[in-house]
Ligand binder design. Sequence first.
Ligand code: ATP
Ligand code: MG
Length: 277
Amino acid sequence: MNPAAPSGGVSGSVSAAAQTAAHPALQVIAVCNRKGGAGKTTTAVNLAAEMAALGWRVLLLDLDSQGHCAVGLGVKVQAREPTAHAIFSNPQASLLDAVRDTAFAGLALAPADQLFEHGSGLRDELLLARALAEPAFAERFDLVIVDTPPSLDVLLLNALSAAHWVLVPFVPHPLSFEGVRQLMRVLFKVMSKQNPGLKLLGFLPMMSADHIRQHRSTTGDMARQFGAPRVLAGIRNDIKLAEAFALGQPTRNYAPSSRGAQDYAALALCLSQLLTP
Ligand SMILES: Nc1ncnc2c1ncn2[C@@H]1O[C@H](COP(=O)(O)OP(=O)(O)OP(=O)(O)O)[C@@H](O)[C@H]1O
Ligand SMILES: [Mg+2]
């Protein structure tokens, strides 16, 4: 689970056809951290793009009403267009209606509703799990990546209840450590109740830099507390990630040879192998 230091280009060496053929039924990854600015959306968008480039048919599902996934993929969402949030306010809504293609091959988006008020809506924690159980999702996609809001609310519980895997990006400094501990308490509750099959994919150090003592010590603390294999090779600090986002492109498209693109390509390869039985 702990990939080697990032290396190589972004094209990936895995045959797309072979990868797709080997895929089991739909898998769902929830990208979570209750702390704001931890790199959840950057990771959701770039990992989705890299997995699509490896041949996975990917749906990026945005549960954060900030709506940043659409921004990161250059998608404009018009008022009254269907969104992923509809299922949380309207029991008749279909999640499929919110799914749209993007400019990036193999990557679809279910955008967020920027008018959705977190804390409002139906209190059911299994709405998303039920929506994704609709057979059309497994027919159209191999992988759903869910970007979540920085909160411990019913939307996060929905994401965790619908997911097979949880990926936790974190910025390696001491305050993050406490945020991750709080998230883990929620995770264990969901594992013991709504979703016993939920597994931790790993903790992903963001903006990591080995020469910074605080980064080394926080990542070391995480490894001691949760187990070294659970701490993934990190995503290095790279302004290209922010630039790509502002231009509405995954970093692999905007700056293919950048550190950010290389690190996400390495992460996708690692996770692709882990998710393929
Ligand atoms: N590895 C990185 N190098 C440089 N900048 C980064 C990196 N990762 C994330 N950022 C920047 O950090 C900021 C926060 O990232 P992001 O929006 O992905 O966090 P988030 O966890 O989704 O935030 P929120 O909780 O508000 O949804 C963004 O401006 C992003 O461009
Ligand atoms: Mg975000």
